[in-house]
Design a protein around this ligand. Structure first.
Ligand code: EPZ
Length: 420
């Protein structure tokens, strides 16, 4: 199994470019099902989750031409609306295929999506099932391992999300895009990836207003066109690299990013004493010695992103004083901090949602295992600032969301190697 070997404590410097956003790419790929015309995707990140998503689309009968960061997709000849059980089971992003399949073919069959270990149980999909029902679909779970969703006739929905969910919002947005009539979705998630998806669908003939706000109104159209979609910069990579620069007390310029997508983090980094300059598509972080501890609470966008909580925890182990980290979105996203404690951090888990951190503490290299991709990048950051050697196993989890990470980090002076 491949692993990373890191020798920490190096001063870093230089430029690091941000890849296309995983959580934008994983929605536009299934969106190819909404139209039989050819979709071209630019700035696709070269990551495992994108490979899994394209493979799953291919098993449905799509024709995909891929080179590096571009994919040209035709779903004209899709011949089934049943997701391959083995593939869907190990890939959480498979849930994003269900809405488009239901909307185009009037039915979809799929296993409960697997993938990420975080989140209640195996990541509930109750909001998706309730949303499909709101469009007039029936859910048949009688087979046990498969959900079979079918609708004699799909109609526009009027649906209020009882809980804010990013992928459930995107799922219903895509479904409604090809159902003629007016769908109203309320209490929607407001992530930038949702706005990017809506913008694309509007260019192809849907009439969507309110994306990026809690209420989205969609006038769907049966003959949605297809065109070119450029994946937006990955805001979680951007924030993770900014945190790395601050934690490593190194001057790093992050390029090809959209600073406005991580404003909550930037406001907090400024408050704790991190110096940085911002340009239209770059952030230059400059070291300046001490930083102060500051408590945070994760929140739906535009609040503090749960995906940036893990890297931020590492930064807080290097900050002066005590702070509380409150993870409100997922109930397993702080378990990884015990590995940080083994490296020398002073972290107390108050309950599954809260840890208290006392800093600063010296971190020492350890042999670690990456539990999920965001904890994975946090462990890489910890290894880069720790004394001595850190080995990180299970780096498939990191490759799921970060393109050629070790190559990009080595370019700014990190001593990190991938060992097969
Ligand atoms: C998206 O996951 C992202 N994934 C996550 O990034 C991100 O952490 C999350 O949004 C929150 O920002 C993708 O976009 C592919 P949710 P999603 O539905 O949509 C509960 C990463 O590392 N819930 O907004 O799955 C759920 O358990 C990933 O890139 C239900 O209860 O998250 C969670 O507690 C991790 N029932 C809460 O909602 C449902 O039907 C918010 O989750 C669906 C979700």
């Amino acid at each position: 199994m491949p692993k990373f070997i890191i020798n920490g404590g190096k001063r870093l410097s230089g430029e690091i470019a941000v890849s296309g956003a995983k959580n934008s790419a994983l929605k536009i790929i299934p969106a190819a099902i909404l139209s039989p015309e050819t979709l071209t995707i630019q700035n696709l990140p070269l990551i495992e989750d994108v490979d899994r998503s394209l493979e799953l689309l291919e098993t449905l009968g799509a024709d995909i031409k891929r080179n590096e960061h571009q994919a040209i997709i035709s779903t004209k000849n899709i011949k089934t609306s049943q997701l391959d059980e083995k593939m869907a089971d190990k890939f959480r992003g498979s849930i994003m295929f269900v809405g488009p399949l239901l909307a185009r073919f009037g039915e979809a069959k799929f296993p409960h999506p697997g993938g990420c270990v975080i989140g209640a149980g195996e990541r509930p999909i109750d909001l998706f099932l309730a949303g499909y029902k709101a469009f007039g679909a029936e859910i048949d779970e009688s087979s046990g391992e498969f959900y079979h969703i079918k609708a004699k006739e799909l109609k526009p929905a009027n649906y209020f999300f009882p809980l804010v969910s990013v992928t459930a919002t995107e799922s219903m947005l895509m479904t409604a895009a090809i159902i003629p009539g007016k769908t109203i979705l309320k209490n929607c998630a407001m992530e930038p990836e949702i706005e990017a998806l809506a913008e694309y669908l509007n260019k192809q003939g849907a009439k969507i207003s309110g994306a990026g706000s809690p209420t989205i109104i969609i006038e769907g159209t049966k003959d949605l066109k297809a065109g070119t979609f450029t994946v937006i910069p990955d805001r979680i990579e951007t924030g993770s690299f900014a945190i790395l620069a601050a934690a490593a007390q190194s001057e790093i310029t992050i390029t090809q990013c959209q600073p406005e997508h991580i404003m909550t983090l930037l406001v907090i980094l400024e408050e704790v004493g991190v110096n940085f300059e911002i340009g239209p598509d770059w952030i230059r972080v400059k070291p300046n010695g001490k930083i102060k501890g500051r408590s945070i609470k994760t929140h739906e966008y535009p609040g503090f992103a749960t995906d940036l909580q893990s890297p931020y925890v590492v930064l807080m182990t290097q900050a002066q004083g005590t702070c509380l980290i409150h993870e409100t979105i997922y109930d397993r996203r702080l378990i990884w901090t015990d590995m940080l404690s083994q490296m020398g951090a002073d972290i107390t888990m108050c309950d599954p949602h809260r840890v208290v951190i006392n800093g600063p503490t010296k971190l020492r290299g350890k042999h670690l295992i990456s539990p999920d991709l965001r904890a994975g990048i946090a462990l890489v950051i910890a290894g880069l600032i720790a004394e001595g050697e850190t080995q990180i196993d299970n780096i498939y989890q990191i490759d799921r969301g970060y393109e050629r990470l070790e190559e990009r980090l080595a370019k700014i002076g990190a001593d990190i190697k991938r060992v097969e």
